[in-house]
Design a protein around this ligand. Structure first.
Ligand code: SAM
Length: 264
């Protein structure tokens, strides 16, 4: 009589990106205890970390996501970076280059809006997975609707208190969001905290130019719009203070692209 054939253990099905995002949460969260009703993981509930200025409130409107990707973002980028600055396609190329995403990487997109960059990261990290985090429900609803890769999860959370464990990601992007975030330097510290050793960060933010000190431009622009104007060394300096290396900066008009690496 032959030995009975023992079936090998069924391979466990690959967990969904939402489950992977949940597994990284600090404090730990269980699927049953979180709000997933809109296709993203809502970790804020009634809490709203965005500021009271008009530019910040606009990000929560239902109308902006409808025009954001096609009109608002390209026009805003042109105003910020000038006619000779990178266009949308070039910006996407720059983000991918600064982040050097490998296929199996874990990538975080902070202030992901409607997922316009997050989707690129999903394609680049085809064997890994990607999380987009934003505080705006309407932006995230658009991101979920337009999501095309099965390796991307969206989380409603606060950039200044990221809900993830230390060293969770290989690459973190924060494009066009730091200047709207109430506590940008806390958010920057959070991006460094969640980066794994050797991880890369890519930032796009405002940049003061001209004879006036950054603080003057910032006081005027922020009061009117809520958009913060960073000095040329504010972000590079904060990254250096946090121990990041290989810090590079490219200034285009009133914008700055900054990349850096966490030693390890
Ligand atoms: C202009 S959009 C940028 C979207 C995309 N990254 C891009 O480059 O086009 C800025 C986003 O930052 C988000 N945001 C502002 N404050 C935030 C905070 N404290 N936490 C998370 N997201 C925040 C807004 O909701 C908005 O969707």
């Amino acid at each position: 009589m032959t030995d009975p054939v023992i079936a090998p253990d069924e391979p466990s099905p690959p967990s969904s990106p939402i489950e992977q995002a949940l597994a990284l949460c600090e404090p730990p969260r269980r699927r049953e205890d979180v709000d997933l009703a809109h296709g993203y993981l809502d970790l804020l509930g009634q809490r709203d970390p965005t500021g009271a200025h008009p530019g910040q409130r606009l990000m929560l409107s239902r109308a902006l996501p409808l025009v954001y990707q096609r009109f608002w973002r390209p026009t805003g980028a042109r105003l910020l970076m000038g006619l000779s600055g990178p266009d949308t396609a070039e910006e996407h190329r720059m983000a991918l280059e600064m982040l050097s995403i490998e296929p199996a990487d874990r990538v975080l997109d902070v202030g992901c809006g409607p997922g316009n960059f997050t989707r690129d990261f999903g394609a680049a990290a085809a064997e890994g997975w990607v999380v987009g985090v934003d505080a705006s429900a309407s932006m995230l609803e658009t991101a979920v609707r337009e999501s095309r890769d099965g390796n991307v999860a969206y989380v409603r959370g606060d950039a200044a208190a990221l809900p993830f464990r230390d060293a969770s990601f290989d690459a973190v992007c924060c494009f066009a969001a730091l200047y709207l975030i109430e506590e940008p330097l806390r958010a920057l510290a959070e991006t460094v905290r969640v980066l794994a050793p050797g991880g890369r960060v890519a930032l796009l933010a405002s940049c003061s130019r001209g004879p006036l000190p950054a603080s003057v431009g910032d006081a005027v622009v922020r009061r009117l719009s809520g958009v913060r104007v960073f000095g040329r060394e504010d972000l590079t300096g904060a990254l250096a203070d946090a121990g990041m290396t290989g810090i590079e900066q490219r200034v285009a008009g009133f914008a700055q692209f900054v990349s850096a690496r966490k030693p390890g």
